[in-house]
Design a protein around this ligand. Structure first.
Ligand SMILES: Cc1cc2nc3c(=O)[nH]c(=O)nc-3n(C[C@H](O)[C@H](O)[C@H](O)COP(=O)(O)OP(=O)(O)OC[C@H]3O[C@@H](n4cnc5c(N)ncnc54)[C@H](O)[C@@H]3O)c2cc1C
Length: 275
């Protein structure tokens, strides 16, 4: 458990929160505290954002905004996260249990950029922007590779593309454990996005493999893409699995994801133009 050595500040504005954060290099923002409580950090000032109304999920002109204090459970229960955004719900559904997900936040999960993160893997495949209080708007594909800096994740914005279909797949050795591999695929027309996390490194996009796929790939092309995916990204070993095992599973999960989203796309097409 962490120790607050000086102050607990319930911020009244984001600017106050940022000022408090910057006062000492060891000051921290509090999300759900579920990750922080695993460590033994001594934190001079802990800054609580819970009074700022940042726990909402709202529809905007182009998509959906999710405040940093929304919980992972909100990803499962919000009626706004429909269509391709349902992969957000699927990505968190195996994380520990409902009580845990009622507390862990979107802000803590995004800022943490954990290698094992299911949620980050799903977000990376979608058209997602991170809003930092100081650093401004950063596309998720860039944010994921940024070094940790002192800033506040205020919200994330998801742009909705009507024709986008997506699939989320993961493998765990046992329920509630960290994933051995996490994979998300999204497709809008002939544009694919393939994100693989828990390799055990942080989620990354397989840009070249995605670019090699067209609107209606054949089974052979999907097979080649599964191989190429494992060449393009790096895989490593930890207590959960070897790099080779992770590659093998990635190929299987990619094929499953592709089949699932191609059939969802067909279904969507039939619903839109019934003959
Ligand atoms: C036992 C356990 C098992 C888990 N299993 C999984 C799993 O299988 N899959 C998975 O994807 N995830 C898993 N997680 C991670 C979890 O889903 C959350 O991502 C994690 O707990 C962080 O969310 P939090 O709200 O608890 O953040 P906190 O613990 O509050 O914060 C984490 C870090 O983010 C910073 N922070 C928090 N909010 C903000 C903000 N708005 N702006 C800037 N910085 C901020 C904090 O200062 C801290 O450095 C697990 C975590 C635990 C503890």
């Amino acid at each position: 458990m962490f120790t607050i050595t000086q102050n607990y500040v319930k911020a009244e504005s984001l600017s106050q929160a940022y000022d408090e954060l910057m006062r000492n290099r060891n000051n921290r923002i509090l999300g759900g505290g579920m990750w922080m409580r695993q460590g033994r950090k001594r934190i001079p000032t802990l800054v609580d954002l819970s009074a700022l109304g940042l726990d909402t999920i709202t529809q905007t002109g182009q998509g959906i905004d999710i405040g940093c204090m929304a919980t992972l459970r909100d990803m499962e229960t919000s009626p706004l996260l429909t269509g391709s955004l349902q992969i957000l719900s699927k990505s968190v559904s195996d994380i520990v249990g409902v009580q845990f997900r009622n507390t862990a936040t979107v802000g803590g999960s995004v800022y943490g950029r954990f290698g094992f993160s299911d949620f980050l893997t799903a977000l990376l495949a979608l058209d997602c922007t991170v809003h930092l209080y100081h650093g401004g708007k950063v596309p998720m594909r860039d944010f994921v590779n940024l070094p940790y800096s002192k800033d506040i994740v205020e919200k994330i914005s998801l742009t909705i593309h009507d024709s986008c279909v997506a699939s989320y797949q993961s493998l765990r050795r046992s329920a509630t454990d960290f994933p051995v591999i996490a994979l998300a695929v999204a497709k809008t027309g002939d544009r694919w996005a393939i994100s693989v996390g828990a390799r055990p490194h942080r989620a990354a996009l397989a840009v070249q493999t995605a670019a090699s796929l067209g609107a209606v790939p054949s089974a052979l092309e999907l097979e080649a893409a599964a191989e190429s995916l494992c060449q393009e990204l790096t895989f490593g070993e930890n207590m959960r699995a070897s790099a080779d095992y992770r590659r093998d599973i990635t190929k299987v999960l990619f094929r499953r994801a592709a089949e699932e989203l191609l059939s969802a796309e067909q279904q969507l097409g039939m619903e839109r133009s019934p003959s």
